[in-house]
Write a protein that binds this ligand. Structure first.
Ligand SMILES: [Zn+2]
Length: 325
């Protein structure tokens, strides 16, 4: 079965609209935060592009849709990540370019899905530029990434960008119940990642994520009551010595600061952190200026960790910077 897309009316309507107007783009970028189902959306779009009914909604019944649902469609191609950065290399992109001129196997078109293209380097993007601009008439490209920032402006200007957003709490709860989780698991997960089905499922399945979420909340609480020792204790937890966990912690803490700033400025966007209540309390404690500074410090620390500086070295310095801002 082709997986259902929850919420995201804009995404679904845009695709349907292209089919009804007969003006179907050839290159797409599906972007949005982790857990929102960008790859599911890419699979859905690929199936829609190749569905024999051609309505913009995969029918789920034709041969093409059935093959797409089972991930055995010979004309839906998923180039592989490789190399040191585990991404799409120049060689892979060049191969796709030459392969794309070969006619489809089965249907009338073929689709290349570049999932998780966040780390795709500039030379690889340059290798794709021409083909993305002028693809053979039977070729489509779909990229997925956390944000549009990973791409050259020249690529961005040639793709149709489709943002994937969180779904409503009702839809999120329904999707999690459909996956077989019980109501207490669902309510705890939604407390942290409401509207993000993938992150909610990850929260239920992955004890590591539950630990990091708990540490992030304790860190926010320490900032709220200005408890420097408490913050230092959290930030020197053994769980945060590993790079990926430290980065996740910083990302989640940064979101609480972001939410707090949004509330402070009276913004109307939705909250994206795992701790809405904490963000609300934090608004009483920090100024707009210090929130901005904390955001900068957190991002600099994250950049250093990505550049291979040990999280252990950074955390105590960051703790001091946060408390002094
Ligand atoms: Zn179909």
């Amino acid at each position: 079965m082709i997986e259902k897309i929850y919420g995201n009316a804009f995404f679904l309507e845009t695709i349907k609209g292209m089919f009804s107007s007969g003006r179907i783009a050839h290159s797409f970028l599906i972007y949005g935060e982790k857990g929102l189902g960008k790859k599911t959306a890419a699979d859905y779009l690929a199936a829609a592009l190749l569905c024999e009914k051609g309505s913009g909604v995969p029918c789920g019944e034709c041969r093409s849709c059935r093959n797409a649902a089972m991930h055995i469609h010979p004309d839906i191609i998923y180039p592989e990540h490789s190399g040191k950065l585990n991404t799409y290399t120049v060689e892979t992109c060049r191969k796709v370019c030459s392969d794309s001129y070969i006619a489809p196997n089965n249907g009338s078109a073929k689709v290349y899905v570049f999932a998780d293209a966040d780390n795709i380097q500039l030379p690889a993007q340059n290798a794709l530029l021409k083909i993305v601009e002028e693809p053979p008439s039977f070729v489509y490209f779909i990229f997925t990434a956390g944000s549009r920032d990973a791409f050259l402006p020249t690529i961005i200007s040639r793709v149709t960008s489709l943002g994937i957003s969180r779904c409503s709490t009702d839809e999120c709860a329904a999707a999690l119940a459909y996956k077989g989780y019980d109501s207490s698991q669902i309510s705890e997960a939604m407390d942290n990642f409401g509207g993000n089905i993938g992150m909610c499922a990850e929260y239920i399945e992955n004890a590591g994520l539950r630990t990091i979420a708990a540490l992030t909340k304790r860190a926010a609480d320490s900032i709220i009551i200005r408890d420097e020792y408490g913050l230092l204790t959290v930030m020197s937890s053994p769980e945060l010595k590993e790079r990926q966990s430290a980065l996740l912690f910083l990302e989640m803490l940064d979101r609480i600061i972001r939410d707090s700033l949004l509330l402070k400025l009276g913004g109307t966007g939705s909250l994206i952190s795992c701790y809405g209540k904490g963000a609300e309390r934090l608004t009483q404690r920090i100024s707009v200026r210090s929130a901005g500074k904390i955001h900068e410090f957190i991002n600099r620390a994250a950049a250093d960790i990505k550049a291979n500086v040990s999280p252990v070295l950074l955390m105590s310095a960051l703790c001091g910077e946060i408390m002094n801002s």
